[in-house]
Design a protein around this ligand. Structure first.
Ligand SMILES: [Zn+2]
Length: 213
């Protein structure tokens, strides 16, 4: 969408974000309030609510330890649930969810590597606390994997997702991005590393790319 195109309620994303922030500034933490603009936005644009015909009727912001607030909506029948208005504005977040699910799915490969190499494979000194995707990088696996997903797979991924559950978001077993990611991990070069070596690996790659992240 080109810059300046109306996104919702006649406003661009930038205008809408500013408008909602202004409205929320007037609210106290813990206060229960109504806001039709935010209700409509969530009903129409939220990745989960929009496909499940959910429209929160009231809201409240609760203190989040470490700063900021958690945003809750009141859904029928009388159930508070965390819901992000900001995510309605940023469609990339759907991919973030998928990427997180792909990371979770590849976790067993990583822990197996770490178990096999309890000492950092790079410095040979410190205990290995994490695992580096040496080649290809996780980002590139995930990018390729997600390119395989069809529109209906995107839809199904979120349709089947139990938003009310406390369980993490996962993809259906027949999802092509998931299948690709699991397969790619059979041949991915992994390295069990300490934190410092992980950072150095990443810095080295960044330098090879000419400093572009
Ligand atoms: Zn190390």
């Amino acid at each position: 969408m080109p810059r300046g195109t109306a996104f919702f309620a006649g406003m661009t994303k930038t205008q809408l974000r500013a408008c909602i922030r202004l409205r929320l500034k007037e609210r106290e933490l813990g206060e229960v309030f109504q806001d039709d603009l935010i209700s409509d936005l969530i009903a129409e644009k939220h990745y989960y609510c929009s496909v499940h015909d959910l429209r929160p009727s009231q809201f409240r912001m609760l203190y989040r330890p470490g700063g900021g607030y958690d945003f809750y909506g009141l859904f029928d029948p009388s159930r508070w649930h965390k819901v992000s208005w900001a995510q309605c504005l940023d469609p990339r977040d759907q991919n973030d969810w998928i990427q997180t699910a792909l990371r979770l799915a590849s976790a067993p490969f990583l822990s197996a590597r770490r178990l096999a190499f309890p000492i950092c494979e790079r410095c040979g000194v410190l205990p290995s606390t994490e695992v580096d995707h040496v080649n290809p990088e996780f980002q590139s696996i995930a990018r390729q994997a997600m390119q395989l997903m069809t529109v209906s797979e995107y839809r199904n991924a979120f349709r089947g997702f139990d938003w009310w559950s406390d369980q993490p978001f996962t993809l259906p077993v027949d999802n092509s991005a998931l299948a690709y990611t699991l397969q790619a991990h059979q041949s991915t070069t992994l390295q069990a590393v300490c934190k410092d070596c992980h950072l150095q690996n990443a810095a080295g790659r960044k330098m090879l790319r000419g400093g572009s992240a």
